[in-house]
Design a protein around this ligand. Structure first.
Ligand SMILES: *Cc1c(COP(=O)(O)O)cnc(C)c1O
Length: 359
């Protein structure tokens, strides 16, 4: 028998989310962000269903870009951090990849290892996040250097926002910082907005938006309620089955280190899912799964391969019943919140041993 855990990828939800994003950012082109193996969903699973409605794809690694090209993608592909080593340039030229240029060392490398073909460049502006990019004051100079030293086809401007919140003042600060120093920035195509800015800061959309987390149906803030009204739907359902049922009596414990002590008679379900599948071990003690559409509480510590749940309120539950760990009923944002993290991390940490199944 095959271990019953799987991540169901709801392709209708995926297409729905992209449509919603396009409606919100109707003036802009869309980079669909497929980094980290499409946020854990599998780049090859996701790509065919968003190809026609995406204007381009943004990835982190050269490997991800090449997977897309080899699967027939002929749309622009943006490397979100450009290249990490000069050895990558040959393949970047070969596969017509658009690069992000964020540092002087990259600029020098591009000048030294000139391209035979004109290359598309996104200049990353550090408008205040202080992670990657050139200071706003330097951008006009960088453009001048590129124009005089590099075989380029198009220059675009890109920045990334620090705030993922609904009411952000810092996004305005970052935009003003750009406006102040790059007076003619609107002569270049601009790509500034991530998911949070797409939803809540429409004046940041410009020419290209970059959508990640909302494409996959979770909230940029980590709080599902913030996006619940947008009709965005969860794409991934992590599900498994009950593989054992235990009856325990008052005074008995469940799992490692007697972490859960029962003061009454209980029916316990053991699920084939554990932290080795990517389910977070540090959840609080108010975390639920869904069985037959009814919420069941997780009891005791998460094991490597198993989770115990309370079936007290679901007397008809039996071995073989399906269990949703996250999806439409149990929002990944809620599990993430319980584990002090965000949906992004849970999606990306879903382990390789969990088969992804397209629905
Ligand atoms: C990951 C990433 C995005 C997408 O962010 P979301 O919050 O998932 O929409 C956009 N831009 C850059 C540079 C990124 O690294």
């Amino acid at each position: 028998m095959v271990r019953p855990i799987s991540a169901i990828i709801n392709t209708a939800a995926l297409k729905n989310n992209l449509k919603i994003i396009k409606n919100i950012a109707f003036k802009s082109k869309v980079w669909s962000v497929l980094k980290s193996d499409a946020y854990g969903h599998g780049i090859k699973n996701i790509y065919p269903f968003i190809n026609s409605n995406s204007d381009g794809f943004a990835v982190l690694t050269l490997d991800e870009a090449i997977i897309l090209r080899k699967n027939g993608c002929n749309k622009p592909i943006l490397l979100l951090e450009g290249f990490f080593d000069k050895k990558e340039l040959y393949l970047i030229y070969k596969y017509y990849l658009t690069i992000t240029l964020h540092s002087n060392w990259q600029l020098k490398t591009l000048i030294k290892y000139k391209s035979q073909y004109p290359i598309n460049i996104y200049i990353k502006i550090n408008s205040g996040m202080n992670r990657l990019g050139f200071p706003t004051k330097k951008i006009l100079k960088i453009i001048y250097i590129i124009k005089n030293n590099i075989n380029f086809s198009k220059i675009s401007l890109m920045t990334h926002f620090s705030d993922t919140t609904i009411n952000s003042n810092f996004i305005k600060k970052q935009i003003n910082n750009i406006k102040k120093h790059i007076n003619n920035y609107y002569n270049f195509p601009c790509s500034f907005a991530n998911s949070a800015a797409i939803l809540w800061h429409k004046d940041t959309h410009y020419d290209w938006v970059r959508t990640g987390i909302i494409l996959y149906g979770a909230s940029p803030t980590g709080i599902w309620e913030d996006i619940a009204k947008k009709k965005i739907k969860p794409v991934m359902t992590l599900k498994s089955k009950i593989i054992s049922i235990q009856k325990i009596y008052p005074g008995q414990i469940i799992g490692y280190n007697c972490k859960y002590y029962s003061n009454k008679k209980r029916k316990i379900g053991i699920i084939a899912c554990g932290y080795a599948d990517g389910y977070p071990r540090n959840i609080n003690n108010e975390t639920f799964v869904s069985v037959k559409g009814i919420k069941a509480k997780i009891l005791g510590d998460i094991s490597m391969d198993m989770i115990a749940i309370d079936l007290l309120n679901i007397p008809t539950a039996q071995i073989g019943n399906s269990v949703e760990l996250w999806g439409d009923n149990i929002k990944i944002d809620d599990v993430a919140k319980s584990a002090n993290t965000i949906g992004y991390e849970l999606m990306c940490s879903l382990s390789k041993r969990v088969p992804r199944i397209l629905k």
